[in-house]
Design a protein around this ligand. Sequence first.
Ligand code: SF4
Length: 619
Amino acid sequence: MKINTGRLLRVDLSTGRTAAEEIPQAFTEDFIGGRGYGIRYLYDENKPGVDPLGEENKLIMVTGPLAGNTAMAVSRWMTCTKSPLTGAWARSVCGADFGAWLKFAGYEVIIIEGKAARPVYIHLTRDDCQVLDAGEIWGKDTRQAQEWLTGRHGSASRTACIGQAGENLVKYAAVVSGRRTAGRCGTGTVMGAKNLKAVTITARRHLDLADPETYNRLAKEQVETIRNNPGFKSHKEWGTTSTQDITNGIGIFPVQNFRYGQLLNYQKISGEAYRKLSTGDMGCYSCAARCGKVHTVTSGVYAGAHSEGPEYESIWAFTGPIESASIEASIRADELCDDFGLDTISAGSSIGFAFELYEKGLLKKSDTDGLELTLGNHKAMVELVRKIAFREGIGNLLAEGTRRAAAAIGKGADIAAINIKGLELPAYEPRGAKSQGYNYATANIGASHCYGYAAQDIFGAPFPRPTDRFGEDYADVVIFNQNGTARNETGICCGFSGGWGWGPLFGKLLAAARGIDKFADEEYLKKVGERMWNLERAFNIREGFRRREDSVPKRMLTEPLHTREADGEGQMVRHQDAFLDSYYKLRGWTREGVPTTEKLKEIGLGFAAKDVAEQKIIK
Ligand code: SF4
């Protein structure tokens, strides 16, 4: 059986040169693909200390070995780079069809280097790759840009692009494909800095598998297993549009910029309430879940607003931070974020930050372009989304993210800057879900719920052991979740599919796709997850990250949570140092959070051991 490592396309925007490369088998053996390839290449090719918005920072688009086939929920793709928001390793995952199309074009990885002299887009087919003028679509939103590119290259094309937020270098700009986004960490900002508006792929379905017969048999089994799973059926029905019913009920829905854990009258934003405005379902390539719920507003001030979303995180981002129960405003704000190419989580959190500072008098009406940032003022919130995308007035400050904005304002504004490593927190309150909070604190990209989701805290998942959600001694569970997510993103399989009962088939599918038998061994996959996590950590160590950056925001350490009618009143994060000691020990790192030489060698990262040792910080 042939071994299939996938292929890589390198595009140098400074010179316009493009070249196809084979991916070394050693990379595949050790990292499998997907996020594994992303960190392996970025670690090798990004010199430490490069300016994230400079020519030297590379942007990697990568899909997984399973993409473009009949297996379900495995055609996702991601952008990897050094984040302009955090300065750390970044990966941001996206759905829709683009991952499958990259595979159809004959590639799994595109490495984009340099910077174009003027706005351009990349057009890729199976036989050709061109860097073309994007003058006509620079300044257009993501919907208009994609329509223009489809008009030019035909309906067998799929695009990943930026909107005005990326062009204007908003620090948390997203990459958008269809109406799905690689939202987090500002990977769209890196595209904008490179003068790259879009990547468009024109291709037809094409299979490229080491062992197609085995693969297809396994894929059939996977689809059957999933279709009979109750978790799948529920996700198909609701997507994530009812998660707020759970998080409000247990007091972990962050409200008023993470001061409360439950929205007043939260029943007004229930899953049922969103369902009343639902007008369709959308999904990703070869996934019958079609979990993206489309919403349309038919009356009132937001009549005509129409969005593939908001999903749970965006429902929260445009209600909780400003204590608003306007579903219609959340749909409009979500639509604008998709149009402009903005991360909804960082946008909503930056807006909540501004509202709190306005309440405390640190921002005045003269600072906010006349907007009254008073609780519940959703019209001001929607206007701020636009101002951020165009860096207009107060939007210019908020476009920098909460960490930089707080530093610019001073006067104690940092208590309201709710981020970790510069990345704004998602919609789970750490004081009421401590293992989730510690996952945020130690995640290599900053505060992300998709980098080791603590389903034990939120849904009572019993693996590898149940947690007390207020407890702070579950370092083993946090590591289990983090390594498991890394393992799954070699695929790249959708995080939602983790509970659909097909786990044991994942490795077998990888083995059949690659022609490498050991991928079917669960113990081997676990090792790969750990290896990826450690290489990302080594990347961050080279960039100067240490223990001090592995912290929940100051508010969680110094102020009690208020939960209104839910449990958890008065909770705080009280034992962070003890948690970190235990977490680092289990990981085989020093007290400063640095992987030891022995650990790195043990997991096949000897090449990184030398770099880390040169930092002279192993104690
Ligand atoms: S479950 Fe939803 S997000 Fe995941 S692959 Fe399917 S449609 Fe896409």
